[in-house]
Write a protein that binds this ligand. Structure first.
Ligand code: F6P
Length: 361
């Protein structure tokens, strides 16, 4: 093991820099191995002049910093890469060029730190003979085969603190505050934020909701003396028989569809049905920015160290993961099988229902 490449793909997430630091420090300290940073996700393996040496010296101080020092992209898929030919946009498979680039850089392995999209690309490259290993990243916590992804706990912390602030203004004005949080097609952020921030209503994609039940909950609270209520709505939540709210359709060779808008719809329905004053807050990218919490710094460091050990053991095509308290590894094929959904009849949903939280069912 002489030279490792590392890239961050997809949306950014608190803890990416901590993983990069873990990779660089452990490669250098434990294996005396060089690390090459690849900029802007897979773009860095397609476009020229997008690589740089990473040394323990130049990753100094990045542990608590949000985002990624390498830059990222959620559009650069080498298997469906957007190019302009004779002034016209086209989508091409440039994966062969990516593999040649990896060889020309003298990389004996490539660490892909990414969510489901980037890990799927990593797996396809592995199938073409590329020595790839993965690190699961996303605030959504939707990756199979790991108990948790780094970034998730920071997002929940940020969103819970937002709820604390909304509680005080809701109480003062006797209002209903609706808070839309991220999470794509799973409700982990909404569920844990709702419990951590003391919400009265939590709407998640896994439990299509009946708005009448949501409104009844708020009316009952008002009758019993609680004039303010807080509803946390996951961006992927949908009413029974209804569809997910889409902000932007997916682009060919570009980014995936963007979700959003359900918070405002739920807010309008609650206002109409309860005749209470309602305000809607969309937390958006606030949940992705800023310094990682201590849990994520530690998990990211453990992942960074473990992925270098995977390379040393030549366990290509695998991804590091957290199982209970232990760091393990799984084949990338396991990790990309589907999305890790919130179980609806056990665990945290049941805990929340036991304290009276309404899921609209
Ligand atoms: O996957 C992470 C995530 O933040 C989702 O929760 C959200 O739907 C999406 O990315 C937003 O992506 P973008 O940064 O492209 O708007």
């Amino acid at each position: 093991m002489r030279r490792i490449g590392v890239l961050t793909g997809g949306g950014d997430c608190p803890g990416l820099n901590a993983v990069i630091r873990g990779v660089v420090k452990s490669a250098s300290t434990k294996y005396n191995c060089e690390v090459i940073g690849i900029e802007d996700g897979f773009d860095g393996l397609v476009l020229p002049d997008k690589t740089r040496n990473l040394t323990p010296l130049n990753v100094r101080g990045i542990l608590p910093i949000g985002g990624t020092i390498l830059g990222t992209s959620n559009r650069a898929n080498p298997f469906q890469y957007k190019v302009t030919i004779d002034g016209k946009p086209e989508v091409r498979d440039v994966s062969g060029d990516v593999i040649k680039k990896i060889q020309s850089l003298g990389l004996d392995s490539l660490v892909v730190i990414g969510g489901d999209g980037s890990l799927k690309i990593a797996y396809e490259l592995f199938k073409k003979g590329c020595p790839v290993v993965g690190v699961p990243k996303t605030i959504d916590n939707d990756i199979m085969a790991t108990d948790v992804t780094f970034g998730f706990n920071t997002a929940v912390q940020t969103a819970s603190e937002a709820l604390d602030r909304l509680h005080t203004t809701a109480e003062s004005h006797h209002r209903v505050m609706v808070v839309e949080v991220m999470g794509r097609y799973v409700g982990w952020i909404a569920l844990e934020t709702g419990i951590g921030g003391g919400a009265d209503v939590i709407l998640i994609p896994e439990i299509p909701f009946d708005i009448a039940k949501v409104c009844q909950k708020i009316i009952d609270r008002k009758k019993s003396g609680s004039k303010a209520s807080i509803a946390v709505v996951s961006e992927g939540a949908k009413p029974i028989g209804g569809a997910v709210s889409i902000l932007c359709a997916p682009e060919e060779g570009g980014s995936a569809e963007r979700l959003g808008g359900i918070g405002n719809k739920v807010g309008a329905d609650i206002s109409r049905c309860t005749e209470m004053e309602v305000r809607v807050t969309v937390l958006g990218h606030l949940q992705r920015g800023g310094t990682p919490c201590a849990f994520d710094r530690i998990l990211s460091t453990r992942f960074g160290v473990a992925v270098v050990d995977l390379i040393a053991d030549k366990r290509f095509g695998e991804m590091v993961c957290l199982k209970g308290q232990e760091i393990e590894s799984v084949p990338l094929s396991e990790a990309i099988k589907g999305q890790k959904k919130v179980p609806t009849e056990e665990g945290l949903v049941k805990t929340a229902e036991s304290i009276g939280v309404c899921f609209g069912r």
